[in-house]
Write a protein that binds this ligand. Structure first.
Ligand code: IMP
Length: 199
Protein backbone atom coordinates (compact mmCIF):
# COMPACT_ATOMS: atom_id res chain seq x y z
CA UNK A 1 0.00 0.00 0.00
CA UNK A 2 1.38 3.49 -0.80
CA UNK A 3 2.37 5.84 2.03
CA UNK A 4 -0.72 7.64 3.31
CA UNK A 5 -0.34 11.17 4.65
CA UNK A 6 -2.15 11.98 7.90
CA UNK A 7 -3.87 15.31 7.37
CA UNK A 8 -3.11 17.04 10.65
CA UNK A 9 -0.54 19.29 12.30
CA UNK A 10 -0.99 17.38 15.58
CA UNK A 11 1.84 14.86 16.14
CA UNK A 12 0.12 13.12 19.07
CA UNK A 13 -2.93 12.42 16.94
CA UNK A 14 -0.63 11.13 14.21
CA UNK A 15 1.17 8.75 16.59
CA UNK A 16 -2.13 7.44 17.96
CA UNK A 17 -3.55 6.88 14.46
CA UNK A 18 -0.32 5.21 13.25
CA UNK A 19 -0.55 2.56 15.92
CA UNK A 20 -4.31 2.06 15.39
CA UNK A 21 -3.80 1.44 11.64
CA UNK A 22 -0.59 -0.61 11.90
CA UNK A 23 -2.55 -3.93 11.99
CA UNK A 24 -3.71 -3.19 8.41
CA UNK A 25 -0.12 -2.63 7.23
CA UNK A 26 -0.68 1.11 6.70
CA UNK A 27 2.45 3.24 6.50
CA UNK A 28 1.13 6.55 7.82
CA UNK A 29 3.23 9.67 7.12
CA UNK A 30 3.07 12.81 9.26
CA UNK A 31 1.93 15.61 6.92
CA UNK A 32 4.13 18.41 8.34
CA UNK A 33 7.27 16.23 7.83
CA UNK A 34 6.72 16.12 4.06
CA UNK A 35 7.98 18.63 1.55
CA UNK A 36 5.02 20.57 0.21
CA UNK A 37 3.29 20.77 3.60
CA UNK A 38 3.70 24.55 3.39
CA UNK A 39 1.36 24.50 0.39
CA UNK A 40 -1.54 22.97 2.32
CA UNK A 41 -4.25 25.62 2.59
CA UNK A 42 -5.79 26.54 5.94
CA UNK A 43 -8.89 24.35 6.27
CA UNK A 44 -12.00 25.77 7.95
CA UNK A 45 -13.70 22.94 9.84
CA UNK A 46 -17.10 24.50 9.23
CA UNK A 47 -19.13 21.60 7.78
CA UNK A 48 -22.18 20.37 9.64
CA UNK A 49 -20.97 16.76 9.76
CA UNK A 50 -17.76 15.14 11.05
CA UNK A 51 -17.39 13.28 7.75
CA UNK A 52 -17.73 16.57 5.83
CA UNK A 53 -14.89 18.11 7.83
CA UNK A 54 -12.71 14.99 7.48
CA UNK A 55 -13.29 14.85 3.71
CA UNK A 56 -12.41 18.55 3.34
CA UNK A 57 -9.14 18.08 5.26
CA UNK A 58 -8.15 14.88 3.42
CA UNK A 59 -8.78 16.54 0.05
CA UNK A 60 -6.72 19.63 0.96
CA UNK A 61 -3.68 17.56 2.02
CA UNK A 62 -3.99 15.05 -0.82
CA UNK A 63 -4.22 17.80 -3.45
CA UNK A 64 -1.25 19.73 -2.02
CA UNK A 65 1.02 16.69 -1.62
CA UNK A 66 -0.19 14.44 -4.46
CA UNK A 67 -0.60 11.43 -2.18
CA UNK A 68 -3.40 9.42 -0.56
CA UNK A 69 -4.52 11.23 2.61
CA UNK A 70 -6.35 10.30 5.80
CA UNK A 71 -8.15 12.87 7.97
CA UNK A 72 -10.26 12.68 11.11
CA UNK A 73 -12.84 14.80 12.84
CA UNK A 74 -14.58 14.19 16.14
CA UNK A 75 -16.76 15.65 18.85
CA UNK A 76 -18.88 15.10 21.95
CA UNK A 77 -22.67 14.71 21.75
CA UNK A 78 -24.79 15.15 24.88
CA UNK A 79 -28.40 13.96 25.02
CA UNK A 80 -29.63 16.86 27.20
CA UNK A 81 -28.02 19.37 24.79
CA UNK A 82 -29.97 17.96 21.81
CA UNK A 83 -26.84 15.94 21.03
CA UNK A 84 -24.67 19.06 20.90
CA UNK A 85 -22.06 20.48 20.91
CA UNK A 86 -21.18 17.88 18.21
CA UNK A 87 -19.13 19.33 15.36
CA UNK A 88 -18.86 22.53 17.43
CA UNK A 89 -17.15 20.73 20.36
CA UNK A 90 -13.84 22.55 19.96
CA UNK A 91 -15.49 25.95 19.50
CA UNK A 92 -17.62 26.37 22.63
CA UNK A 93 -14.67 27.80 24.57
CA UNK A 94 -11.03 28.71 23.89
CA UNK A 95 -9.27 25.81 25.67
CA UNK A 96 -9.87 22.41 27.26
CA UNK A 97 -10.27 23.73 30.83
CA UNK A 98 -12.84 26.29 29.67
CA UNK A 99 -14.70 23.62 27.64
CA UNK A 100 -14.97 21.41 30.74
CA UNK A 101 -16.35 24.37 32.73
CA UNK A 102 -18.78 25.20 29.91
CA UNK A 103 -20.17 21.66 29.92
CA UNK A 104 -20.36 21.47 33.72
CA UNK A 105 -22.35 24.71 33.72
CA UNK A 106 -24.78 23.41 31.08
CA UNK A 107 -25.33 20.16 33.03
CA UNK A 108 -25.75 21.65 36.51
CA UNK A 109 -28.72 19.99 38.25
CA UNK A 110 -29.56 17.86 35.18
CA UNK A 111 -30.14 14.16 35.75
CA UNK A 112 -30.27 13.13 32.07
CA UNK A 113 -26.51 12.84 31.43
CA UNK A 114 -26.13 10.35 28.56
CA UNK A 115 -23.50 11.27 25.99
CA UNK A 116 -21.32 9.84 23.26
CA UNK A 117 -18.08 10.67 21.49
CA UNK A 118 -18.15 10.39 17.70
CA UNK A 119 -15.22 10.17 15.27
CA UNK A 120 -15.17 10.13 11.47
CA UNK A 121 -12.23 9.06 9.33
CA UNK A 122 -11.93 9.86 5.62
CA UNK A 123 -9.27 8.18 3.47
CA UNK A 124 -8.81 9.37 -0.12
CA UNK A 125 -6.90 7.55 -2.89
CA UNK A 126 -6.50 10.25 -5.56
CA UNK A 127 -5.33 8.08 -8.47
CA UNK A 128 -8.60 6.17 -8.52
CA UNK A 129 -10.72 8.89 -6.91
CA UNK A 130 -11.89 6.47 -4.24
CA UNK A 131 -12.97 7.37 -0.71
CA UNK A 132 -13.18 5.10 2.34
CA UNK A 133 -15.26 6.54 5.20
CA UNK A 134 -15.60 5.12 8.71
CA UNK A 135 -17.35 6.31 11.85
CA UNK A 136 -16.95 5.21 15.47
CA UNK A 137 -18.89 5.87 18.68
CA UNK A 138 -18.04 5.66 22.38
CA UNK A 139 -21.12 5.73 24.63
CA UNK A 140 -21.18 6.95 28.22
CA UNK A 141 -22.34 9.74 30.50
CA UNK A 142 -21.23 13.12 31.84
CA UNK A 143 -19.94 13.07 35.43
CA UNK A 144 -20.97 15.76 37.94
CA UNK A 145 -17.38 16.85 38.54
CA UNK A 146 -14.11 16.53 36.58
CA UNK A 147 -11.56 13.89 37.55
CA UNK A 148 -8.32 12.44 36.21
CA UNK A 149 -5.19 13.78 34.53
CA UNK A 150 -4.93 11.72 31.33
CA UNK A 151 -6.12 12.56 27.85
CA UNK A 152 -7.52 15.87 26.68
CA UNK A 153 -10.73 17.74 25.87
CA UNK A 154 -13.80 16.44 27.67
CA UNK A 155 -12.05 13.28 28.99
CA UNK A 156 -12.23 14.48 32.66
CA UNK A 157 -16.06 14.51 32.41
CA UNK A 158 -16.76 11.42 30.30
CA UNK A 159 -17.54 8.09 32.00
CA UNK A 160 -17.74 5.32 29.38
CA UNK A 161 -20.54 2.78 29.77
CA UNK A 162 -19.33 -0.23 31.78
CA UNK A 163 -16.88 1.86 33.84
CA UNK A 164 -17.18 3.97 36.99
CA UNK A 165 -14.35 6.42 36.25
CA UNK A 166 -13.81 9.09 33.63
CA UNK A 167 -11.58 8.51 30.58
CA UNK A 168 -9.09 10.89 32.18
CA UNK A 169 -8.80 8.48 35.15
CA UNK A 170 -8.91 5.29 33.07
CA UNK A 171 -5.96 6.41 30.93
CA UNK A 172 -4.55 5.56 27.49
CA UNK A 173 -4.63 1.75 27.61
CA UNK A 174 -8.39 1.61 28.19
CA UNK A 175 -9.03 4.58 25.90
CA UNK A 176 -7.16 3.06 22.96
CA UNK A 177 -9.43 0.00 23.27
CA UNK A 178 -12.81 1.70 23.51
CA UNK A 179 -12.52 5.21 22.08
CA UNK A 180 -14.59 6.48 19.15
CA UNK A 181 -11.35 6.95 17.15
CA UNK A 182 -10.19 3.37 17.79
CA UNK A 183 -13.63 1.99 16.80
CA UNK A 184 -13.51 4.01 13.55
CA UNK A 185 -9.88 2.99 12.91
CA UNK A 186 -10.74 -0.71 13.34
CA UNK A 187 -13.57 -0.32 10.83
CA UNK A 188 -11.13 1.29 8.39
CA UNK A 189 -8.63 -1.56 8.96
CA UNK A 190 -11.35 -4.07 8.09
CA UNK A 191 -12.05 -2.20 4.83
CA UNK A 192 -8.34 -2.07 3.95
CA UNK A 193 -7.66 -5.73 4.68
CA UNK A 194 -11.00 -7.01 3.43
CA UNK A 195 -10.78 -6.14 -0.24
CA UNK A 196 -11.28 -2.37 -0.40
CA UNK A 197 -7.57 -1.71 -1.01
CA UNK A 198 -7.54 0.20 -4.23
CA UNK A 199 -3.97 1.09 -5.17
P1 IMP B 1 -11.07 17.46 16.63
O1 IMP B 1 -11.51 16.19 16.01
O2 IMP B 1 -9.63 17.46 17.01
O3 IMP B 1 -11.51 18.67 15.86
O4 IMP B 1 -11.82 17.50 18.05
C1 IMP B 1 -12.96 18.27 18.32
C2 IMP B 1 -13.16 18.46 19.79
O5 IMP B 1 -13.92 17.36 20.29
C3 IMP B 1 -11.90 18.48 20.65
O6 IMP B 1 -11.37 19.76 20.77
C4 IMP B 1 -12.41 17.99 21.98
O7 IMP B 1 -12.96 19.06 22.67
C5 IMP B 1 -13.51 17.01 21.58
N1 IMP B 1 -12.98 15.64 21.55
C6 IMP B 1 -12.83 14.86 20.45
N2 IMP B 1 -12.31 13.67 20.79
C7 IMP B 1 -12.13 13.70 22.12
C8 IMP B 1 -11.61 12.75 23.05
O8 IMP B 1 -11.17 11.63 22.73
N3 IMP B 1 -11.59 13.14 24.34
C9 IMP B 1 -12.04 14.36 24.74
N4 IMP B 1 -12.50 15.28 23.93
C10 IMP B 1 -12.56 14.96 22.61
Amino acid sequence: MPGIVFASWNRNKYLEMSSLLAPAGVELLFGPDLSGAGEVPEVDEDRDTYAGNAVTKALAWSSALGRPALADDSGLEVSFLNWGPGVMSARVAPDDAARVQWLLGKMEGISERRARFVAALALFFPERGIWLLAEGFCYGSISVEPSGGHGFGYDPLFVPNGYNETLAVLGPTVKSRISHRSVAARALCRMLTGGCVVE
